[in-house]
Write a protein that binds this ligand. Structure first.
Ligand SMILES: *Cc1c(COP(=O)(O)O)cnc(C)c1O
Length: 415
């Protein structure tokens, strides 16, 4: 069977034929590719066609697919993942493992409410925190801070306690806190928003949020589900003078298996059951495969010190990529990089820090680029709002090969 036939078959038994919406290709059009195997930087579809993979499971696979050390370790060792993380990251004094990033975020919010005795939470438009009801919200049309739902099926009461602000607007943060600061249990933010394009924030903006929250007794949750162990061993929190009270993890910490985690200050984490009154549980929490694969991954990225290597490879790759694309394109492309994450978009006169600054026509422009690369055997994440990743398995020769494929795509008319 080919991908079309498998997709038809899959649609009969699962909503939309997928288990996570972005996989459906709805954003880029066409039929999702059904992959059969993966190895290192490569994916292979059901017909055996090879693709260089820049989607990388949407983030977890920092060592590429089926790294031999991870495969080995999944078979044998025991879990010391919690110890490893707590030893590595000073502001994570205790950590609890769950099975997804969504669950980590949900649980962290509950802990924050318990600790502060307050109900409201504050999030930012353009940050994704998983699919818990209270977080599938965007700015409403009325007053700054008022939410509206971002998905069908969410009751008004579920979103009532969530406040929403745009990114990159210091004044609105100040105003909201001066009016309602004492009601806000926690502010949650992706310190480098990487789920709606790559919306790199000004350091001063994040520092401002940290300072204001602190002065109002509001807890700070850094959602590092993508950035944790991607931007560096200690994630993005490393870069700020004030550390978050709680941090959520996922993706890389499971080494490709389902693992999430939330951790932070001891006095907050000690509120979690069975030690404290905040109930939180999971039948398969801290599953052994995820713990082992996660630990092996973190040990290897530390030992190999992958971060500067990946960052340099990413820098070279995207600069060559953009330069080739722009030799042929009518409208100029640009790229944003953060560590080993990248995002292509049409050139904008200012840096893109908020969702309303993403150039119009972005989705369609990306879809065209996506398909011309797919034809050549290069797999970007199938949506213009997802970021790309470079793994340790993407060495210079692989990246050169991807650039050659881009050249072919461009010759055939990619723009
Ligand atoms: C992926 C992601 C989540 C959700 O994690 P899941 O494991 O998909 O539930 C939450 N927050 C951020 C920042 C993410 O990137």
């Amino acid at each position: 069977m080919n991908s079309e036939q498998l997709f038809e078959r899959s649609k009969k038994v699962s909503p939309g034929g997928v288990h996570s919406p972005v996989r459906s290709f709805r954003s880029v059009g066409g039929t999702p590719v059904f992959f059969q195997k993966a190895n290192g930087p490569y994916l292979y579809d059901v017909t055996g066609k090879e693709f260089i993979d820049f989607c990388l499971s949407f983030g977890p696979l920092i060592l590429g697919h089926r790294d031999p050390e991870i495969e080995e370790i999944v078979k044998e060792t025991v879990s010391e993942l919690a110890e490893f993380i707590v030893n590595e990251i000073p502001w994570v004094e205790k950590i609890r493992f769950v099975s997804s990033g969504t669950e980590a975020v949900m649980s962290a919010l509950r802990a924050a409410r318990a600790f502060t005795g307050r109900d409201k939470i504050l999030k930012f438009d353009g940050c994704y925190h998983g699919h818990a009801d209270a977080l599938l919200v965007k700015s409403g049309s009325g007053l700054a801070g008022e939410p509206s739902s971002d998905s069908a099926g969410i009751g008004k009461a579920q979103i009532h306690e969530t406040l929403v602000l745009p990114l990159d607007d210091d004044a609105l943060v100040e105003r909201l806190f001066s009016e309602r600061g004492k009601e806000i249990a926690c502010v949650i933010i992706e310190p480098i928003p990487a789920n709606y394009g790559l919306l790199v924030q000004r350091n001063e903006f994040i520092e401002k949020i940290l300072r204001i929250a602190k002065s109002h007794g509001t807890l700070i949750i850094f959602d590092e589900v993508i950035s944790g162990f991607r931007t560096g061993m200690r994630g993005m929190a490393e870069n700020f003078s004030i550390k978050p009270d709680l941090v959520t993890y996922g993706k890389i910490i499971g080494g490709g298996f389902p693992v999430g985690g939330y951790g932070g200050r001891k006095e907050i984490m000690d509120l979690i059951s069975p030690q404290g009154p905040v109930y939180q549980a999971g039948t398969l929490s801290a599953n052994p495969f995820g713990m082992r694969a996660g630990l092996a991954t973190l040990k290897k990225i530390k030992r190999e010190n992958v971060f500067p290597i990946l960052e340099e490879r990413t820098r070279r790759f995207i600069s060559e990529f953009i330069s080739i694309l722009n030799q042929h394109s009518t409208s100029e492309w640009d790229a944003v990089q953060a560590a080993s994450m990248f995002w292509f978009h049409k050139k904008n006169h200012t840096p893109i820090r908020r969702i309303d600054e993403i150039p119009s026509g972005h989705k369609e422009g990306f879809a065209t680029l996506f398909h011309s690369l797919l034809d050549q055997g290069v797999y970007l994440a199938p949506s213009g709002y997802e970021v790309g990743f470079i793994s340790f398995a993407h060495d210079d020769s692989i990246l050169d090969k991807a650039i050659d494929k881009l050249k072919l795509a461009v010759r055939k008319g990619a723009k």
